[in-house]
Design a protein around this ligand. Structure first.
Ligand SMILES: Cc1ncc(C[n+]2csc(CCOP(=O)(O)OP(=O)(O)O)c2C)c(N)n1
Ligand SMILES: [Mg+2]
Length: 330
């Protein structure tokens, strides 16, 4: 990841092909990681509950690549991609899912509590919208200390209906803190479609920014370049002292809400159509005109990396029962 200085003055209006290839690699790594996690979960090897973000990889990659290492994020229950993209090695994420002390949260957290403060990941959160107020606090701290850093909250369309969302954005705008609120609008909150949880049409959820007088930036969440450029612009705005940004990204959950979700509430044809036309990895692969040969070589390399993370995790250390309360502060 770049440093704050390298990101300063980021006025580029396009992303180089080399960078797009780097993005492609990372998105494919996240995809293969999550597919492997699904497989191991179904095999009964992983404890807990799992949500994957298959279809939403362009957001994790495009947003995090626009951030400096010193910037911080807060994630959601769908956290693997954000965590990998912010700089945590797949070994540490996989070990966490296996509940090992080598995991990024020391094996205490699991899928919905992935933390890595050293790379600026203040944590995933099982509580919908739970990460948003902490991000306002982090941004306020940066502002008070005069640090050129931004704090970024990821959350879904369902989260925009919580009181926490409205209270947090209200104060963030009032105090003009350097925060970016990344709305990953996949149109679903569990089995509830957008039409049943919000009076605003799905593509107009960004209008929520107007309630706070907040700057709105919107982009196609399936296009990693668009996401990246939008995030650079949002970051610049947040750092300029003009206040935070609501970054509205329309995306698609190309899988169930949780691993094992039969999706009986979802039109199968529509899902099939979305898989065929909205997959951000396939869209980028076509744009880069990757040959089958190149793709297969890259895929084999990434698959081996993911496989190695499983071996790493399985060889990890189980936490000692007497350490169960070690990091409990309350
Ligand atoms: C405060 C709270 N209410 C309800 C839930 C149960 N729940 C878990 S995920 C989810 C849907 C969230 O939808 P969205 O914010 O759009 O995120 P997505 O799952 O689409 O990524 C709900 C209602 C919860 N975890 N926390
Ligand atoms: Mg959603």
């Amino acid at each position: 990841m770049a440093t704050v200085e390298e990101k300063a003055g980021s006025g580029d209006k396009r992303v180089s092909e080399g960078t797009l290839r780097d993005f492609f690699r990372e998105m494919l790594l996240i995809r293969r990681f999550e597919e492997k996690v699904e497989e191991r979960f179904r095999a009964g090897e992983l404890p807990g509950f799992l949500h994957v973000a298959i279809g939403q990889e362009a957001i994790a990659t495009g947003v995090c690549a626009a951030l400096a290492r010193e910037d911080v994020i807060a994630s959601t229950h769908r956290a693997h991609g954000h965590t990998i993209a912010k700089g945590t090695h797949v070994n540490a994420v996989m070990a966490e899912l296996y509940g090992k002390t080598e995991g990024c949260s020391g094996g205490y957290g699991g899928s919905m509590h992935l933390y890595d403060v050293e790379v600026g990941n203040l944590g995933a959160n099982a509580v919908v919208a739970g990460g948003i107020p902490g991000i306002v606090g982090a941004a306020l701290a940066f502002q008070l200390r005069g640090e050129k850093r931004v704090a970024v909250a990821f959350f879904g369309d369902g989260a925009t209906n919580t009181g926490t969302f409205h209270e947090s954005l209200n104060l963030a705008q009032l105090w003009k803190v350097p925060a970016v609120f990344v709305l990953e609008n996949n149109g679903w909150a569990e089995s509830t479609p957008n039409t049943q949880h919000s009076p605003l049409p799905i593509d107009e959820l960004g209008k929520r920014a107007a309630a706070f007088g907040m700057k709105l930036i919107e982009a196609d969440g399936q296009d990693v370049e668009a996401v990246h450029l939008a995030t650079l612009a949002a970051r610049d705005h947040a750092l300029s002292g003009k206040g935070p940004v609501l970054l509205h990204l329309r995306t698609y959950r190309l899988t169930g809400h949780f691993v094992g979700d039969p999706q009986v509430y979802r039109d199968k044809d529509e899902l099939k159509r979305e898989r065929e036309t909205k997959d951000p990895i396939e869209l980028l692969r076509a744009r880069l005109e990757l040959s089958d040969e190149d793709f297969e070589a890259l895929d084999a390399e990434i698959t081996a990396e993911v496989e190695a993370s499983v071996e790493f995790a399985k060889a990890g250390t189980d936490p000692a029962p007497e350490d169960a309360l070690k990091h409990v502060y309350a």
